[in-house]
Design a protein around this ligand. Structure first.
Ligand SMILES: Cc1ncc(COP(=O)(O)O)c(C=O)c1O
Length: 360
C-alpha cells in the first residue's frame, strides 16, 4: 500500500524550478532572476568568519540583522520580520493568515508562490488579470476584496512581467483596503525600479498597520544561495504571528552574517544595479531590433511576448540547445507565447541574443 498524503498535498502546485543545475556544460543561466555578480569580497570574509561558530545554533531572533535593517530603513526592529528567503515569509504569512473560507487576492500572472500559499491553506485564491500593459490592475483587485479577504499581495515590480505600478497608485489602493486585510507588497526587485526611490514605500508603513513590504537579499545583494529575506511591517503583529508558525532558527548563521555585511556596502550594491540597468536598456533595444516588444521592465529581467504565431516550446528548445536557459511564459501563467529572461553579464546577454536571433 502506498503512503497516504494529506489533501493539501494534492492541491499544492509544484514550484516551476529552472533546469540545468546538474549539467557540466557551462550554461548561460538567465532563468531565475539571480544576480550575475558573485558575492562581494567583504561578504565572503564575513561568511568565512561565521564558519567557526557553526557548532552553535544561529541567533533565533536575528537580532543584529534586524538592528542593522532598522538603522538602514528607519523602521523599529520589532516591526521587522526575517525569513529563510522572502519565500519563507510568504509561506508563513499564508499559514498565519489563511484557512478554508478565507480569501487571498493577487494578480495573475504573478509570482507562482502566491498560488501555492492559497492551495496549502485551503483558502480561496482570487486572481485578477493584469491590464493590457501587463501591470497590476489595482482597481480590479480592490473590487475583489470582501469580508472574507485576509491577504492581498501586490508584486511590484511584478514577476514575471517586469512591470511596476507607481507608488501613488499603491498608496491609493491601501487607502481603500479595509484594515482587517493584510497587504503584502512584494518588493523583491524594487531596487531596480527607476520609477521611484526604492525607499519611498516605507513611509506608507506609518499609515497602514496592515501593510508589509517584502524584501530580499537574493536579488540586488546577490545572496540567493544563502536564503535570507525580510519584511518591513506597519505593526509588530505580523512579525509575531510569523514567528509562531515557523520552526525556531529558521535563518541560518551564515545568511545572517552575510546579510549584515552586505548592508554595510550599499555603494557596491548600487553599482551593480547601475550595471544591470545599463544591460536592461541595451538588451531591450536589441530585442526591439529583432522585432520583439519587451514589456517596460523595472526589474532585473525582461518579459517578451513572442507573438501568437510563434512556438514557445520550440524557441525554448532552440535556446537550450545553444546553452542558454531562460524561462517559458507558459510555466509562469502566461496564456500567450512569452519568455522571461534575466539580464546577465554583457557577454551572457550577447549569447542569449545571438541564440534568439538564430532560433527566430
Ligand atoms: C516576486 C518575488 N518575490 C519573492 C521571491 C523570493 O525570493 P527569496 O525567497 O529568494 O527571497 C522571488 C524570487 O524569485 C520573487 O520573484
Amino acid at each position: 500500500m502506498a503512503i497516504e498524503f494529506s489533501e493539501r498535498i494534492r492541491r499544492i502546485p509544484t514550484y516551476p524550478v529552472a533546469g540545468g543545475y546538474a549539467q557540466e556544460e557551462p550554461l548561460v543561466r538567465l532563468a531565475s532572476n539571480e544576480s550575475p555578480f558573485p558575492p562581494l569580497a567583504p561578504v565572503r570574509a564575513a561568511i568565512d568568519a561565521a564558519l567557526s561558530s557553526l557548532n552553535r545554533y544561529p541567533d533565533p531572533s536575528s537580532s543584529l540583522l534586524r538592528r542593522r535593517l532598522s538603522e538602514r530603513y528607519e523602521v523599529p526592529a520589532s516591526r521587522i520580520a526575517i525569513g529563510n528567503g522572502s519565500c519563507d515569509i510568504l509561506l508563513a504569512a499564508g499559514e498565519a493568515l489563511l484557512e478554508p473560507g478565507a480569501e487571498l487576492v493577487y494578480a495573475w500572472p504573478s509570482f507562482s508562490i502566491y498560488a501555492h500559499i492559497a492551495a496549502a491553506s485551503g483558502a480561496r485564491a482570487v486572481t485578477v488579470a493584469l491590464d493590457a500593459d501587463d501591470r497590476h490592475d489595482l482597481d480590479a483587485m480592490l473590487a475583489e476584496i470582501t469580508v472574507a479577504t485576509r491577504l492581498a499581495i501586490v508584486c511590484n515590480p511584478n514577476n514575471p512581467t517586469s512591470t511596476a505600478v507607481p507608488l501613488a497608485d499603491i498608496a491609493g489602493f491601501l487607502a481603500e483596503v479595509p484594515p482587517h486585510v493584510c497587504v503584502i507588497v512584494d518588493e523583491a526587485y524594487c531596487e531596480f525600479n527607476l520609477l521611484e526611490d526604492p525607499d519611498a514605500s516605507i513611509e506608507l508603513l506609518d499609515h497602514h498597520p496592515n501593510l508589509a513590504l517584502l524584501r530580499t537579499f537574493s536579488k540586488v545583494h546577490g545572496l540567493c544561495g544563502l536564503r535570507v529575506g525580510f519584511a518591513l511591517c506597519g505593526s509588530d503583529a505580523l512579525p509575531r504571528a510569523l514567528d509562531q508558525v515557523r520552526q525556531p532558527f529558521f535563518c541560518n548563521a551564515l545568511a545572517q552574517a552575510a546579510a549584515v555585511e552586505s548592508l554595510a556596502h550599499q555603494d557596491a550594491v548600487l553599482d551593480r544595479v547601475t550595471r544591470t540597468v545599463a544591460e536592461r536598456i541595451s538588451v531591450d533595444e536589441r530585442l526591439r531590433a529583432l522585432g520583439l516588444e519587451p514589456a517596460e521592465s523595472q526589474a532585473n529581467f525582461c518579459w517578451v511576448k513572442l507573438g501568437a504565431e510563434r512556438d514557445e516550446g520550440a524557441i525554448m528548445r532552440g535556446l537550450q540547445e545553444r546553452g542558454v536557459l531562460v524561462r517559458a511564459g507558459a510555466a509562469l501563467g502566461s496564456d500567450q507565447p512569452a519568455l522571461r529572461v534575466t539580464y546577465g553579464l554583457p557577454e551572457e546577454n550577447w549569447r542569449f541574443l545571438d541564440a534568439l536571433a538564430e532560433v527566430l
